[in-house]
Design a protein around this ligand. Structure first.
Ligand SMILES: Cc1cc2nc3c(=O)[nH]c(=O)nc-3n(C[C@H](O)[C@H](O)[C@H](O)COP(=O)(O)OP(=O)(O)OC[C@H]3O[C@@H](n4cnc5c(N)ncnc54)[C@H](O)[C@@H]3O)c2cc1C
Length: 291
């Protein structure tokens, strides 16, 4: 049995917003075999896959037995073959970036300061500036929960778009094969340190958060910065309970104490409402909502 089971446990350390909600069932697979075993075991349950929980909003105080939370962070083999990197779903993105540098590979520096796992990064097509996770992918092993089968897919050119992929809600990432291009160690290290510095200075690091709340909106072909819109409608620092639009970077919502799921939901709605009223722009959540 290659997994651990926890009953009636707090999800606080499994979501980067630090919301202290409870789950009746939580599974921690120890490797890919364990993940497949857990998927078999939880066939009749609503399965919620979580990597590092850095892009999710938990909306309930209690997730009962009808939910099975599956945390992938211990399913984390990472192997370099002659032609590619093979990374389990639970591999930490920072570890992946440093591993690539140690192997003198290029193209991974942008991931070092993005918190999360390979599974989460594939679902979200995580990235920054012109770089995104999808650019690194050769193939993905996906488990289909409707047919209970495992298959390898090779993404086509439209498979990954801005902060999304074509992986559907009934597919689960087991592992991925990633590209290997030679890099220059000094350039890679310089890039990692620059990303880290720029992001540390810009982003809220004092309070728990889950990164950018909303996708960058477009209206009539023009793109807008969420934080600028928020400043114009006085959302910077706006707070409901302990959920707060960050003072430091209003594109983020932080938990500045013991925020409740409902505080987060209400604050998200308030942001959407003000932006719709003032600019006629619909803000789309980047966060994945776990109802
Ligand atoms: C401080 C901070 C800065 C951030 N900066 C960035 C940034 O610059 N760019 C960016 O793109 N994002 C950023 N994010 C968001 C986040 O880091 C990324 O979206 C990351 O890819 C999330 O990975 P995760 O493992 O935490 O995913 P989770 O939050 O655990 O999950 C995200 C989604 O993927 C699903 N999922 C997870 N694993 C699997 C799996 N194995 N199979 C199927 N579904 C799965 C979950 O069910 C959920 O729907 C930031 C977050 C924080 C907290």
């Amino acid at each position: 049995m290659a997994y651990l089971t926890l009953k009636n446990t707090s999800l606080k350390k499994y979501n980067s917003l630090g919301l202290n909600v409870q789950a009746a069932q939580l599974y921690l697979p120890l490797d890919s075999q364990g993940l497949l075993e857990v998927l078999e075991l939880t066939k009749t349950t609503k399965r919620i896959l979580i990597g590092k929980g850095c892009n999710i909003l938990l909306t309930r105080e209690y997730y009962d037995e009808s939910y099975a939370f599956i945390i992938t962070t211990m399913e984390d083999d990472l192997v370099l073959t002659e032609t590619e990197l093979i990374a389990d779903a639970g591999v930490n993105l920072s570890r992946l970036a440093w591993f690539a540098l140690e192997q003198s590979l290029g193209g991974y520096a942008f991931l070092e300061d993005i918190p999360g796992t390979v599974g989460g990064a594939l679902i979200m097509n995580a990235g920054q500036y012109e770089f995104s996770f999808g650019q690194l992918v050769n193939w993905i092993d996906l488990y289909d929960t409707t047919t209970n089968t495992l298959s390898r897919i090779i993404p086509d050119k439209d498979y990954f778009t801005y902060r999304q992929s074509k992986i559907s809600s009934h597919e689960i990432v087991i592992r991925a094969g990633l590209k290997t291009e030679p890099g220059n160690d000094e350039e890679t290290l310089t890039a990692i340190l620059k990303y880290k510095k720029d992001r540390y200075l810009k982003q809220p690091r004092k309070y728990p958060n889950a990164g950018s709340v909303f996708k960058r909106p477009y209206k009539e072909g023009q793109s807008y910065y969420v934080w600028k819109l928020f400043d114009e409608v006085e959302l910077r620092g706006h707070q409901i309970g302990d959920a707060q639009v960050s003072e430091k970077h209003p594109g983020f919502i932080v938990n500045c104490g013991n925020a409740k799921p409902q505080d987060m939901v209400d604050l998200v709605k308030e942001c959407q409402k003000r932006v719709k009223e003032h600019f006629d722009i619909d803000l789309e959540l980047e966060w994945k909502v776990i109802d």
